[in-house]
Design a protein around this ligand. Structure first.
Ligand code: ASP
Length: 294
């Protein structure tokens, strides 16, 4: 799990120790983060979009079956990760956005609520006074990122080698309404395949989408790369981007045997931390992603 997972990592380890399935570990640990007001980029108490509306993105994947579920721009539902997971059981589809995602969540009985906290609403109102322009498009430049952002990711490998992965975010602060990042795009922000390993990405989702990054990293492992080589290849793919906004990207990857490598592209973010726990470790490791160049 990554730095945003601080409130959920303990629960993830407990569940793993008790033999929970990878996707149950993913859902339960990410739900804790989605509810925790100290995490300002996932679920409750995160910044809304440019219109002041909370739109949340999440996805999950089963590495044994390659089943996936994803929701984008979901409004009025507290736990997008649970909605994404439920899709895998209930629908022949793999992705729902906006009003349809909300309808599905309501029909399945998921907790409703506005994740826009009073604190985040007040911050938005202050931002709006000096920053919001009409039309909204006039606030944006294709080569400049706005606001900050963050995501919680969870990659799980069970003792028997089954992978599960999940990811949840509110995306970029004050983003253009309807904007989807890499988190709900399977293959960009998340991909797991128990035969080869798993990968997840955070930070500039647009760059991860443009390079199909998570799937690419898993594919490099399939073709024989070590986990470190696969992440380095993913970084090389990012360097091939021309034009548009070039932002920081962090890649988290684990191979089929549980070896891992986490790296970031572009200097400037001091807090790219992550957590790792394996049953041969006495305690959870908390360390910094390696820097792999510009
Ligand atoms: N990748 C997320 C997005 O683009 C944001 C982040 O992880 O910082 O929505």
């Amino acid at each position: 799990m990554n730095g945003e997972a601080t409130p959920g990592i303990g629960r993830a380890v407990d569940l793993l120790r008790n033999g929970a399935s990878p996707l149950d570990v993913v859902e339960e640990s990410i739900k804790i983060v989605e509810s925790d007001p100290s995490i300002h980029t996932v679920g409750y108490n995160s910044p809304p979009n440019a219109l002041g509306v909370m739109q949340l993105d999440a996805s999950c994947m089963n590495g044994d079956t390659l089943e996936t579920g994803a929701v984008g721009a979901l409004e009025g539902i507290v736990h997008p990760i649970s909605v994404a997971k439920e899709m895998m059981k209930r629908l022949p589809h793999v992705m729902l956005v906006g009003a349809g995602a909300q309808q599905f969540a309501k029909e399945c009985g998921f907790e409703q609520g506005d994740s826009l906290s009073p604190e985040a609403k007040a911050a938005y109102e202050a931002w709006k006074v000096t920053n919001r322009k009409e039309p909204l498009v006039s606030m944006f430049n294709p080569t400049i990122g706005i606001g900050s952002h963050g995501t919680v990711i969870c990659l799980v490998r069970s003792a028997t080698g089954s992978f599960g992965g999940g990811i949840s975010t509110s995306g970029w602060d004050y983003k253009y309404p309807g904007r989807l990042g890499d988190s709900p795009v399977i293959g960009a922000g998340l991909y797991v395949d128990s035969r080869y390993g798993g990968a997840a990405c955070t930070h500039c989702g647009e760059n991860a989408i443009r390079t199909s990054l998570a799937r690419s990293v898993v594919l490099y492992m399939k073709k024989g790369a070590t986990v470190r080589e696969a992440v380095a290849e993913g970084m090389e793919d990012l360097k091939g981007l021309k034009g548009g906004f070039q932002g920081q990207v962090v890649i988290y990857a684990t191979d089929k045997d549980g070896d891992y490598f986490i790296a970031r592209r572009l200097q400037d973010v001091g807090s790219c931390m992550y957590y790792v726990w394996r049953d041969d470790m006495p305690e959870v490791v908390h360390q910094k992603a390696e820097y792999l160049g510009t």
